[in-house]
Ligand binder design. Structure first.
Ligand code: NDP
Length: 337
């Protein structure tokens, strides 16, 4: 059902993802609009406030006085370790929340984040854009319909260089305090969450290893390889902050396999190959703006009081699983989730 009205969103933190992807998506979505832009940078406030015809405020101003009446929901897009304070404040103010992945820098802080929203009775969505992608949703139906027989295994790889022309070694992603972990939390979460979504299944145990060779990665995992036991299925994943960008997902069933490549980027068209004994089918460039879908899904749910599938608990399952992987990397053992 189409909801009445438009959800007014305050965008908290105007970094790379918010500026390049989320803000344009919210501005063109059907059921929401960016009415407040929150940034610590006066330059960004001036530019983005004008571009989006929104009230631009700093981190103190947006929760005080009449500013609070200018938005119904908060989108938190700061470094991971700063999600909790913004979500706690939003919940206290009775605002709905959509929070970037991973929910926080530690499991314990993520649990507090989810509890804050539960205690205040405000909706919380973990910003898993993959779940909103029409192609991924269609793939889930295809797998459920037995398109490749019984699904058995999934393989996911997300490599994205953390050091490029613009981002040097002095960045929050390489700071364990602000990030929580390296490639695992930043990139490994995509194949993990997407496979959970496709299988509709939660991990029972996880194990893995992390390694760093580059100097810039002394304090966080540069490479992370991990396996997840889903009971009926197995997932093998790898995430890396170094090397040529690779985003690939394979699901293997008893009668065929599906390969999605590229799979996890936010702006690229996905190519999908389905192979069974009957032959191969290729779907090329079946794209859509999934981030706009994500924000419309959130706004629709908040405006109509509907369910949110990628809720706080969904985000917590990934935090528990990734924390188990980190423990396993320390102990060398398989860890129950
Ligand atoms: P950036 O480093 O590009 O931006 C982070 C922004 O947070 C900064 O620009 C700044 O905004 C604000 N900020 C506030 N305090 C600090 C601080 N102490 N140090 C650094 N920045 C601070 O990060 P991203 O945009 O790449 O990531 C933001 C969040 O979004 C993360 O949780 C990340 O995991 C997630 N993300 C999600 C993606 C997705 O596809 N769903 C893709 C990329 C990231 P300002 O100057 O406006 O105050």
């Amino acid at each position: 059902d189409s909801p009445e009205g438009t959800l007014r969103i305050a965008v908290v933190g105007c970094g790379g993802h918010a500026r390049a992807v989320s803000l344009p998506a919210i501005a063109t979505a059907d059921y929401c609009e960016p009415t407040v832009i929150v940034s610590g940078s006066a330059e960004k406030r001036a530019e983005l406030g004008e571009t989006y015809m929104a009230t631009a405020l700093d981190y103190h101003e947006y929760t005080a006085g009449q500013a609070v009446d200018e938005y119904d929901a908060v989108y938190v897009s700061t470094p991971n370790r700063l999600h909790l304070p913004h979500v706690e404040t939003a919940a206290r103010l009775g605002k709905a929340v959509i929070c970037e992945k991973p929910l926080e820098a530690t499991l314990e802080r993520a649990e507090r984040l989810v509890a804050a929203c539960e205690n205040e009775g405000v909706p919380l969505m973990t910003a898993y854009r993959m779940q909103a992608a029409p192609v991924v949703r269609r793939l889930r139906e295809f797998l459920r319909g037995g398109g490749i027989g019984e699904p058995q295994r999934a393989f996911g790889d997300f490599t994205y260089p953390a050091l490029d022309g613009e981002r040097g070694p002095d960045q929050w992603r390489l700071d364990p305090e602000l990030a929580g972990a390296g490639a695992l939390f930043d990139l490994g979460i995509y194949p993990l969450n997407t496979v959970r979504f496709l299988f509709d299944s939660d991990p029972v145990a996880a194990w893995g290893d992390t390694r760093s060779t580059g100097e810039a990665f002394a304090e966080v995992d540069e490479h992370s390889d991990f396996s997840v036991d889903f009971g009926e299925y197995v997932g093998n994943f790898s995430a890396s902050f170094s090397g040529y960008t690779t985003t690939r997902l394979t699901v293997q069933g008893t009668h065929g396999r599906v390969v999605v490549d590229p799979a996890f980027g936010s702006t690229e068209d996905r190519d999908i190959m389905v192979e069974t004994k009957a032959g191969r089918v290729r779907l090329v460039g079946v794209g859509a703006n999934e981030t706009r879908e994500e924000f419309d899904y959130f706004a629709n749910a908040v405006l109509t009081g509907g369910e949110i599938e990628s809720d706080g608990e969904d985000g917590l399952v990934d935090m528990r699983t990734m924390t188990a992987v980190l423990e396993s990397a320390e102990t060398g053992s398989r860890v129950d989730v």
